[in-house]
Design a protein. Sequence first.
Length: 432
Amino acid sequence: MKKIDENNYHGSPDKDLDQLLELGKPLPRMPEDLKARIRTRLAEVGQESEKKNFLVRRWAILSPLAAAAVLALFLIFFWPGGTPGTISWADVQKCLDQIQTLAGRYAQITTIEGKPIIFRAKVYLKDPGLSRYEEYTPEADLDTVESRSKSILICKREPGLSEVLTLHPGSGRAEWVTLNGPESPSFPKQLDLASENWKLMKGFTEDKTRRIGERVINGIPAVGFDFETRARELVVSTDADEQAHGEIWAGRDDGVPLLIELEFRNTLGQNVRIQFSDIQWNVPLEESLFDLSVPLDWTLSRTRIESAEYTDTGLASGVTLQTSPDGQEPLAATGDVAAVVWAEQTTDPDSKIPLMGQITIELKPEAAHRLHDYADAHPDKLIVVNFNREINVAAKLDTAHPTRLSFDLSLLGLSLAELEKRYFTTSIERNE
């Protein structure tokens, strides 16, 4: 290595300073105005003492690590907030332009009567329409290959059709469900779930987030932001309208979200805590993760679910409905039905006989209030629907949608298309 003659050094101070600043490149997003302030302060130090100026130059020339330390010292004193992590929520919002895959670990803790019920899973999402969820026991070590999942759910979705395969490795059992038509309201309607998750977070604006500090997550320096929102705006499996408190931690260097935590109360008043950790965006995911193959020696059951979502649909002329506590006067009748909103029927692919067929109707508010008031006052009493004087079935009140009532018509032995033709004012064309 060529020895530097310190007594005859003729380097450019500006050039040396630029090199020193370059040593700080790994630190996140140093603004040009900050570089100018550092440059000015170094010049002031030089004017105070030629001896000090010489020492600083010598340190910067002979020791890159020491030069980086000098830079870090100036950053501590001059960077706003006293630390290098000046990333804002706006930086987080614009860090990812296009999302194709998302992987991570999901944990949900629901406290029921003081006892925590824990659900843990690995999640893999690949657009368009591919998802995989591996459920594990609460005590499983997800970092070891030996940890076997309790169940694996693989889903392939396209408009109007979803194929869902659930594997149970412990028992060698598999369930294959084909869904024709729109999925139930509790499921997300979007096919591209990876990009949709990013859009949900990106939707928060500066005035909805507050910076809360810094921490290291899996060895990565991160900056945290907290926010308040309605639970149903972020959690597709809940209709809870309660306020939810959340935190998002993003990489300090690039603004990429690493950890999301959310707390809220569900519609039953239970405390729910959700954590999505080890988040990886746009990592390559093998197609084999989403393979719908079933091992040859496993038992396989198949079902087909056909669903329909209705608008401007009611009960056909002459069709009657009465809803009442068992053996008592009706609390809701035909005139209280505002609309038919949803139907879902489950069958064996080799048979047209329905295994289950649920109809959901919208009631006028007054009738819905009467039913809920009775159910709250008599939680042990059965409420029965008499449908068209043909069948008596149990009524199911929807706490998430207080004006909705559901009941099962599978005992009529009719397909969904036949039910629509006989009892509804609207029918839907179907590909049989």
